[in-house]
Design a protein around this ligand. Sequence first.
Ligand code: NAD
Length: 370
Amino acid sequence: MSNKKILVLPGDGIGNEVMAEVLNIIDWLSKTRSMSFDMSERLVGGTAYDKEGDSISDSTMQEALDSDAVLFGAVGGPQWDNVERNKRPEAALLRLRKELDLFANLRPAVVLDALSESSSLKLDLVKGLDILIVRELTSGVYFGQPRGISKISDTESKAIDTQVYTTSEIERVSRVAFELAKLRRNKVSSAEKSNVMETGLFWRNIVTDLHKNEYASVELEHILADNCAMQLVRYPKQFDVILTDNLFGDLLSDTAAMLTGSLGMLPSASLGPVKANGTRAAMYEPVHGSAPDIAGQSKANPLAMIMSFAMMLKYSFDMEEDSKLIEKAVQNVLLKGLRTADIKDGADKIISTKEMGVAVIEELKVLSGN
Ligand code: NAD
């Protein structure tokens, strides 16, 4: 029995629809596989702004800090476009990342057999692809000071962003990458621009030292970030874990994502520091947004959300077997040709969000004999 504390934040738009399917799966798991979670659910994003006056209230934030893991749907929508910046739906996401100190963003790019035809690359390049991007998420050029736009003269202005990294910021995210590589194919590719950037050279040196001192058994290669982008579309299977900074990670993870086909299939995890009780702050969310264009129509693909929950079982709760069971159920549903509209191809049967959730549970029943 487990009594891990999960905070559920469905958010806006399709966030609610895809989260409902995960909650059904959690319900099924707790009834059939003797696991019990302490679940609580709160408002976040535009819905929270409408009802509570802010996109995330202080008490919800406190609840997130007190939880073992946060399961997040998606936030945003055109109706909140004119809300002041610090109360906009996306501000909730930034606050969660900042206060939980979620410094390591994990984005798997896995091509499932049933969907290998959906990739923009040739089948033999992506069939069986399984790579993991570990992106530094709380520092670098998106946060460095000074930043801003200022006037130089009557006719000239300038804009500044600053890329800053410290030793400990690089070491902590690198440790996550090396540790995860040990559980996979034991290889880390560290991507930076050491040829033209001081922070790139610094990054390379810190990773090299850490590798020598603590992770010599893991294969390490250094790769320039631009070459990494090229290699991702030339021969992606050469990679296992790609470790990179905030800016390059933003670009490389989206590139890798497209190798897999659809936004509706992409889960993610963001990990923070290990807490006093030995657990790690963590948040799990699909990569996609609130999709206002299809919200409320039961058209959304819930699989990214469902696989984000599978990542939670694996990375936060050490429940590898249950995590794999969910992944297998998802694969089998797809192999049967069941598809939501975003991943349809040719003769496949198009089903709704709800029907996809039910199909995954039916498959879980078959796989587990329950
Ligand atoms: P989006 O990811 O919401 O949608 C992009 C396109 O992909 C849309 O056509 C949408 O219908 C489709 N799509 C997305 N998820 C899908 C799913 N699960 N199943 C089927 N189709 C899916 O991105 P956007 O349109 O640029 O942004 C919409 C809103 O979401 C904005 O307010 C944006 O700020 C917000 N957003 C939030 C997050 C987040 O909460 N983490 C991430 C990205 C965007």
